[in-house]
Design a protein around this ligand. Structure first.
Ligand SMILES: Cc1ncc(COP(=O)(O)O)c(C=O)c1O
Length: 386
């Protein structure tokens, strides 16, 4: 396409934003600029591109694409979701404090508690779906409110606009890990967040074949800082991974729609099945965050957690499956199922897991785009065998 896609629909931007045809050949797919450096015009006359840790056209195309999809001013792509989070956290200085969703991804918990606390940053872990708890946790040195919604894996929903207002009233900034829903379903910057980040490893890439992360800023003041961190620390996303993620994002809307359709049918089966004790899915009308989710997102996503009541029942379910794959990660075209207590959240101590609802019977599913009849039949036979 010609011109700036900024005002066009989400699916058009997913395909075209940051990706004008390549000027030399007109290639519609952004080429993989697999180079470490660029020749300069003459001594003292550097060209636009100098060194690939700092600038790479394939990575820049992805950065522009995600910035446009999230409605931010700049995107910054990293070698993993964790390195995007690490870049964000460089905004904090010794002595600063952050309020964090208590149910955040286990790796984020590990990074904050085992690494950042050594640099005298402090954290309050609160149920951010309870705004009173967020308010009570704010301190004079609170610089950041860090939210995941829905949370991983217990699906708590935080009211983004209200949480951002609260953070700003106390002079703090708000960041949202939007990995679970993607910008197709939820755009936190539109609700007042200052930063949004993703593990692109999940729904954005969507094909379980790349590790990456992006951080999006809403204020140009932060753009320069994130660029400085990116070039100084160097945890950049490779050109090939940038290409894969750009390619994945082109089908994000159709994949998300299909995954959510499948998820709804699976939820219908799970809520009726006598072996399932509890189903956690924000699309269920009795989910405590259902109305907030309806207000701030255009869908409920493809992540479902169920409580099977015991480790033995969870294990029997996982062992009995044939089509659903037991694996860490989420957001791929294939349906993945995991046991948070021993997999994604094994780094969270047992007593903390118990406090935040990650029981030994909890099983998390990321629903893919397979034929739903196969997923339903597989789950039904495995549940019957529990
Ligand atoms: C919600 C969430 N945020 C961040 C991460 C970290 O991303 P990555 O594994 O790409 O470093 C993950 C990984 O599972 C995640 O689920």
């Amino acid at each position: 396409m010609k011109g700036d896609p900024r005002k066009l629909g989400f699916s058009t931007r997913a395909i075209h934003a940051g990706q004008p045809p390549e000027p030399r050949t007109g290639a519609v797919a952004v080429p993989i600029y697999q180079t470490s450096t660029y020749v300069q015009h003459a001594l003292g006359e550097p060209a636009e591109y100098e060194y690939a840790r700092v600038q790479n056209p394939t990575r820049e195309a992805l950065e522009e694409n995600v910035a446009q999809l999230e409605g931010g001013v700049s995107g910054h792509a990293f070698a993993s979701g964790m390195s995007a989070i690490a870049c964000l956290m460089t905004l904090l200085k010794t002595g600063d404090h952050a309020v964090v969703s208590h149910n955040t991804y286990g790796g984020t918990y590990r990074y904050f508690t085992r690494i950042l606390e050594r640099y005298d940053l402090s954290f309050s872990w609160v149920d951010t779906s309870d705004l009173g708890a967020v308010e009570a946790a704010m301190q004079p040195n609170t610089r950041l409110v860090y939210v995941e919604t829905p949370t991983n894996p217990t699906m708590e929903i935080t009211d983004l606009a209200a949480a951002a207002e609260l953070a700003h009233a106390r002079g703090a900034l708000m960041a949202v890990d939007n990995t679970f829903l993607s910008p197709y379903l939820q755009r936190p910057l539109e609700h007042g967040a200052d930063f949004v980040l993703h593990s692109t490893t999940k729904f954005l890439n969507g094909h379980s074949d790349s590790i990456g992360g992006v951080l999006i800023a809403s204020n140009p003041e932060h753009t320069e800082w994130f660029k400085l961190v990116q070039k100084s620390v160097g945890a950049i996303l490779s050109p090939f991974d940038s290409f894969l993620i750009l390619r994945g994002i082109k089908t994000l809307p159709v994949r998300m729609d299909r995954s959510e359709q499948n998820a709804r049918q699976i939820v219908d089966l799970l809520v009726r099945h006598p072996k399932v004790q509890k189903v956690l899915y924000p699309g269920l009308p009795d989910h405590p965050g259902h109305e907030i989710q309806k207000k701030q997102a255009s869908g409920f996503g493809a992540m479902i957690s169920v409580d099977m009541g015991s480790f033995a029942a969870a294990k029997a379910l996982l062992d009995g499956l044939r089509v659903l794959s037991l694996a860490e990660s989420l957001g791929g075209v294939e349906t993945l199922i995991s046991h948070p207590a021993t997999m994604t959240h094994a780094s969270v101590p047992a007593e903390r897991r118990a406090q935040i609802g990650i029981t030994d019977g909890l099983v998390r599913m990321s629903i893919g785009i397979e034929s739903v009849e196969d997923l339903l039949a597989d789950l039904e036979q495995a549940l019957d065998g529990v």
